[in-house]
Design a protein around this ligand. Structure first.
Ligand SMILES: *Cc1c(COP(=O)(O)O)cnc(C)c1O
Length: 230
């Protein structure tokens, strides 16, 4: 078995164990293999080993890779998206995890409309503590942002995404994951048309098990599959 295949197997087993611990089935947890900076040949190995979803943080890099990898996988955009790059997310990405402003959502909706695209799945990124990233809606402002985004055309708001601070002990990250789940629950209870809140994109290589215990449906795992990035 190749190194990547063995890593993938180990990650899948960890997902199953974390899911079992809280009585969840592993089938409603999707593993997004984060392939940023990873060369196509190694990504191909991962696909051969069973990867079905790729996460990229730059539109241009993903488009270049897609020229050889095509649409045998689902493509997830997980990095900050500039408004002037929105036209390049079509027709590649299946899910945009990193919608961090109403203006960006508006741009995506307009572009979808212009292209006659029926709808695009997206997640709203919530800014949670820490300095790792400044992107995202502040939890306090999320509620009104959701109402604005709900009025925009062609957008399927599927849930929330967060990049909590990196803390050496994953247990310390748990409160952030829990907060994201609670925020999604509050929005879901309002039953806003066009807003479903069934997805929680949270958890990376060092903390995805805790994220799963707290309800993650999409985990974004790079290093644990592909090794340390160059
Ligand atoms: C790079 C990245 C990941 C993967 O991080 P690992 O620690 O390598 O698993 C997950 N999410 C986002 C947004 C990233 O940029």
């Amino acid at each position: 078995m190749s190194e990547i295949a063995a890593n993938l197997r180990a990650v899948q087993e960890r997902i199953e164990r974390a899911a079992a611990k809280t009585g969840r089935g592993p089938c409603n947890i999707r593993l997004v293999a984060v392939s940023k900076t990873v060369p196509v040949a190694r990504i191909q190995e991962a696909i051969a080993a069973g990867v079905t979803d790729l996460g990229e943080n730059r539109v241009q890099e993903a488009r270049e890779k897609a020229e050889s990898l095509g649409r045998q996988v689902r493509w997830h955009l997980i990095g900050h998206l500039q408004r002037n790059k929105v036209k390049y997310i079509f027709p590649l990405f299946d899910v945009i995890h990193s919608v961090d402003s109403v203006a960006l959502a508006q741009e995506i909706g307009q572009e979808a409309e212009k292209r006659g695209w029926p709808g695009i799945d997206l997640l709203l990124q919530v800014h949670m503590g820490g300095e790792e990233t400044k992107s995202g809606f502040e939890p306090e402002g999320l509620s009104s942002a959701v109402e604005e985004v709900a009025r925009l055309p062609r957008l399927n708001v599927k849930g929330l995404m967060a990049i909590p601070p990196y803390l050496p002990d994953p247990e310390e990250v748990r409160p952030y994951f829990r907060q994201l789940r609670q925020l999604a629950g509050e929005i879901r209870r309002r039953e806003i048309p066009g807003i479903s809140m069934e997805e929680l994109s949270m958890g990376m290589s060092h903390d995805f098990e805790v994220a799963i215990e707290e309800g993650a449906t999409l985990v974004r795992v790079g290093t644990a599959i592909f090794g340390v990035r160059q």
